[in-house]
Design a protein around this ligand. Structure first.
Ligand code: IPM
Ligand code: MN
Length: 383
């Protein structure tokens, strides 16, 4: 059988359209040698499944997905067509719940969202240095503001009090920081090998190195976890003397992402801070149309990671063959990269897929072409 089994979850809205392109690209790559990929498509989680089954996915979803090496997700959330007689709308919290449940269910505690500006992608900043944006935001994906603890007291009354508790652990912090430093080292090696544009960062001692990790907190106001984060970060950093470090408060980081994004390399942030910063970073790199992302458990590769574009299901343009498939294709390339960490053939395919998307962008930009037209052009370049 094939080496890598992938669960394909197209989801809602434009998800199935962009996923069709990604699947075709993956199959084209796989067909060039001994096929290494086995793709299995599921109709859930989705609103379509909800319409017929009264739930977004079957009760056995975890057991089913656990059989796979990786999960590739399109997009979730869809109010349905305006003329649908059975039109109904699930709340966002319900419609998007599977996303958080998959992250939790497979202990995907690291979320990686690269923001690399590719030539031809939109450039929203005027400063020409912004063309060189190459940031990796590492988002803590399992705790912090997303633990779901708290509640509403006296709901609906003027006396109502809502609490939402943030939980941070030493272990959760240490593992995500270590992962960020590992990625920084890897990026330095890629720069040394000429596979990534070179940049320099000063160590406090004045020495210059080729990678850096920036810690994000709000420790001037949220002291408890801010101080713990800073201490644990300093401890982990001692094991990586070859990587420069700095710290930014999250509000200042937002400002600096816009005024001097070329200053950043690897950025590590809590779950909510990472969520917010990655939308900002995505726009700096050309927008949601080109922003890939992955959720993984770096400590246990048998837990299937989930690869998903940062964009949503864009119901306003769904079903019209108009969505750009670039983010989905770059997401598929990220999946191949992950496989490539132990399979050289997959690493090569990931590199080729990313290069094909980059070449297409360089030539056409994100100009209005149909989903299938972009797909066909990229797949031609894979030949
Ligand atoms: C994301 C999304 C999700 C998140 C939502 C849909 C729950 O914004 O993947 O960034 O907050 O993590
Ligand atoms: Mn988000």
């Amino acid at each position: 059988g094939s080496r890598w089994k992938v669960a394909v979850l197209p989801g809602d809205g434009i998800g199935p359209e962009v996923m069709a392109v990604a699947v075709e690209a993956l199959q084209a790559l796989s067909a060039q040698g001994e096929p290494q990929l086995e793709l299995t498509e599921f109709l859930w989680p989705s609103h379509a499944w909800h319409r017929t089954h009264g739930e977004l996915w079957p009760a056995g979803w975890h057991q089913t997905l656990a059989e796979f090496d990786a999960i590739l997700l399109g997009a979730l959330g869809d109010p349905g067509p305006a003329d649908d007689a059975q039109r109904y709308r699930l709340s966002d919290a319900v419609a998007l719940a599977p996303l958080l449940e998959i992250r939790k269910g497979f202990d995907q505690w690291a979320c990686e969202r690269p923001a690399l500006h590719l030539q031809g992608a939109p450039q929203y900043l005027a400063d020409p240095r912004a063309d060189a944006i190459d940031v990796l935001v590492v988002r803590e994906n399992s705790e912090g503001e997303y633990v779901g603890q708290g509640g509403r007291l006296a709901p609906g009354t003027p006396r109502e009090v809502a609490t939402q508790i943030e939980v941070f652990t030493h272990g959760g912090a240490a593992r995500i920081f270590r992962h960020a430093f590992e990625r920084a080292r890897q990026r330095a090696a890629e720069r040394a090998a000429g596979r990534r544009r070179d940049r320099e960062f000063p160590l406090p001692a004045g020495e210059v190195v080729h990678s850096e990790v920036c810690l994000i907190t709000k420790r001037n106001a949220l002291r408890h976890w801010g101080e713990m984060y800073s201490e644990v970060f300093a401890t982990v950093a001692r094991d990586y003397p070859d990587v420069a470090t700095h710290h930014e408060l999250v509000d200042a980081a937002c400002m600096k992402f816009v005024t001097a994004p070329w200053r950043f390399d690897v950025v590590v942030a809590s779950n909510l801070h990472g969520d917010i910063l990655t939308d900002l970073a995505a726009v700096l790199a050309g927008g949601m149309g080109v922003a890939p992302s992955c959720n993984l458990n770096p400590a246990d590769r048998r837990q299937p990671p989930m690869f998903e574009p940062t964009h949503g299901s864009a119901p306003d343009i769904a079903g019209r063959n108009r969505a750009g498939p670039q983010a989905m294709l770059l997401t598929a390339a990220m999946m191949l990269d992950w496989m490539g960490e132990e399979d050289a053939l997959m690493a090569e395919q990931g590199r080729r897929l990313r290069e094909a998307v980059a070449m297409d962008l360089r030539e056409h930009g994100l100009c209005p072409r149909s989903t299938s037209e972009v797909g066909a052009a990229v797949i031609r370049r894979l030949g």
